[in-house]
Design a protein around this ligand. Structure first.
Ligand code: MN
Length: 132
């Protein structure tokens, strides 16, 4: 067993991968023992990920606020605390907060044989975001 006490520093979501203010608390990074990766991610109002895909899919568990999730070509859907979203492997998508509320979720994903959990694509335009 290994107990990691709360500590360290919350990481800012890099501008290349996010629009707006995003904070990330890592829970686990894939390693030799397990390919599972997990993080708690908080989005300020209006903040969202860039478009991206996960080689082994992703599960999101909304813990706070009101957010959006959308897949390429699909409608923007509202998500709320307790909602669980499963993203298929390589399904292009984005997730983030609504314009007026924070949103936080736990994100669970699995590394592929190259150790990758995500491939980042272009930023989500205001036009795409405003479709909500
Ligand atoms: Mn994702």
């Amino acid at each position: 067993m290994e107990l990691t006490r709360s500590g360290g520093e919350t990481a800012a979501g890099p501008e290349d991968w996010f629009t707006g203010t995003v904070h990330i608390d890592g829970i686990r990074t894939p390693d030799d023992r397990s390919a599972i990766g997990c993080a708690h991610v908080r989005f300020a109002p209006g903040a969202r990920t860039a478009w991206h895909r996960h080689p082994r899919g992703q599960t999101l568990y909304v813990t706070d606020g009101i957010g959006y999730v959308a897949t390429r070509g699909g409608e923007v859907q509202e998500i709320r605390p307790g909602d669980v979203v499963y993203i298929e492997p390589d399904e292009e998508h984005w997730h983030g907060a609504t314009p007026g509320r924070f949103m936080a979720h736990v994100a669970l994903h699995e590394a592929d044989e190259h150790g990758q959990v995500v491939t980042w694509l272009e930023h989500v335009t205001d036009e795409d975001y405003d479709q909500a």
